[in-house]
Design a protein around this ligand. Sequence first.
Ligand code: PEP
Ligand code: MN
Length: 338
Amino acid sequence: MIVEMGTGATPEEIDGVVQRAKSLGLDIQLNLGTDKTVVALLGSNTGQLSTDIFAVLPGVEKVARIMKPYKLASREVKAEDSVVSIDGIEVGGKRIVVMAGPCAVESEEQLMAAASVVKKNGACILRGGAFKPRTSPFSFQGLEKAGLELLAKTREQFNIPVVTEVVSSHDVGLVSKYADILQVGARNMQNFALLTEIGKSKHTVVLKRGLSATVTEWLTAADYLLAEGNNQVILCERGIRTFEDSTRFSLDIGSIPVVKKFSHLPLIVDPSHAAGHYSLVPAMAKAIVAAGADGLLIEVHPNPKKALVDGLQSLTPSDFARLMKELRPIAKSVGRYI
Ligand code: PEP
Ligand code: MN
């Protein structure tokens, strides 16, 4: 951590910073410039210390971190890529893992039809929300336990693992009984009680990026899962809120190489929620594969016009089949396969 003193900071003020650092067991390096003094604070735990501890001291102008606040998700702790395995399906290996299905579980007929289509075209995990985190309390909230039962039935019938969202820490036990992968939605990325509970459960989890979260905040949230000993963590980019309103969210393609550079965790990307419109999903999905993601999470509905949730951004079975064909040569060009 670097503490920059204001111009004209007195020797007493500089000493105040030095004494505070020493009281915390930190080593210091003083850089006395002609009109500015910089104090470098050295120690293994500076990432855990709030910058405010020094920012409040008299004479201090600015405090900046050099170490990242996240630890367990970082490549500094684990240099090699992590691979998360679900029933032998590896996320983070050579294969681009496609998770696809409807936004919400609506009925047995709908879910079975979706499972059949996504599996036939090469997706290896079925998605479908039983608990839906809706912006309005008056919108369809999901079939809840009945939805979980339909997921379990479809999983048996099609021999395909399922990913579904858990919205509350109280439901982690229940959802874990039915789902192969728990999804933490964008709106819950910093629900620390939920993250801790899932961490304790050791259940495989997809952690979506919050809609206004920086990559650093997202990776620090992943530390909550890892800190409980859950190493089965997959990250999912899904677009962030910006001033741009021609898409539902702005797909942050740049976060793919950034996450890959700083974290060992596997990363999938959801183009559906970023796009908000089915016509934009294929181009985004191709860019995601080309940029180095380990997988995709795509909304596919047997009949999007009748969908209860997110029909506008859901691909039809034929659109999905076409996209999967188009993705294969792109995957190959970056040394991967689907
Ligand atoms: C979803 O996957 O259906 C969903 C609600 O996504 P997000 O949390 O990214 O909005
Ligand atoms: Mn959705």
